[in-house]
Unconditional design. Structure first.
Length: 221
């Protein structure tokens, strides 16, 4: 399953690249002397959807706190039916008196995998091995989470979000506001797939578009 996500995203990106401009040809036949072409193009606005249009935000945004015990985090993720969540610190803005979510990391099912390994021999001092040791021995979410996670902003195009997921092999991206960098939502691979499928369905012509009665120059039988 780990390899299918980037592969599927790559296929969806290819479809997204093809959808904006599709052309269909009606081949020549004995009763038609010249080829008729029907050009179909999606509206320009349909390719400009941004992350904030499709992201999951409050009150439906699922998050974890840094000091949550690992076992509790695993149980919470399973109960919520999600494979990962942003890790945040809730801070109060002294000027506006509003609580903001400061993104400090991201935890996913992959972060729990080193804990399931048995007989691992790590070398203290080696950066990669130290990272593995940190996750194996970690007791709280902040011990095992991915720090400085890859993010997108609310103003980024959905195409950028899809490309970022494919490039970094991720199935979810925290969404931060462009001005302050606080967490405001999350966008997932499912959101990308829904977006591409919705766009493709709008771009495909209806059956009536291929009716001979609607093709100029077609000779009646």
């Amino acid at each position: 399953m780990m390899t299918t996500i980037p592969t599927l995203l790559s296929l969806l990106l290819l479809l997204q690249a093809l959808v904006p401009s599709l052309s269909f040809s009606v081949p020549d036949n004995q009763n038609q002397q010249q080829q008729q072409r029907v050009f179909i193009s999606t509206p320009t606005k349909s390719t400009n959807r941004i992350v904030s249009d499709l992201m999951t935000s409050q009150p439906h945004l699922f998050t974890l706190a840094p000091h949550t015990p690992v076992d509790e985090a695993i149980a919470t993720l399973l109960q919520a039916g999600v494979s990962g969540a942003p890790v945040i610190e809730r801070l109060k803005n002294a000027e506006t008196d509003q609580v903001v979510n400061r993104l400090v990391g991201f935890v996913s099912s992959f972060d729990f995998l080193p804990r399931e390994e048995s007989g691992s021999l790590v070398t203290l001092g080696e950066s990669e091995d130290s990272e593995t040791a940190r996750r194996i021995l970690g007791q709280t979410v902040q011990d095992i989470m991915t720090r400085d996670p890859v993010t997108v902003t609310t103003n980024d195009l959905m195409k950028v979000a899809a490309e970022t997921m494919a490039k970094h092999r991720l199935h979810a991206l925290p969404v931060v506001d462009a001005k302050h960098g606080n967490l405001v939502g999350i966008v997932t691979a499912k959101d990308v797939m829904r977006d591409v499928i919705k766009m493709a369905s709008k771009a495909l012509p209806s059956e009536e578009s291929f009716s001979q009665d609607n093709i100029p120059g077609t000779l009646a039988a």
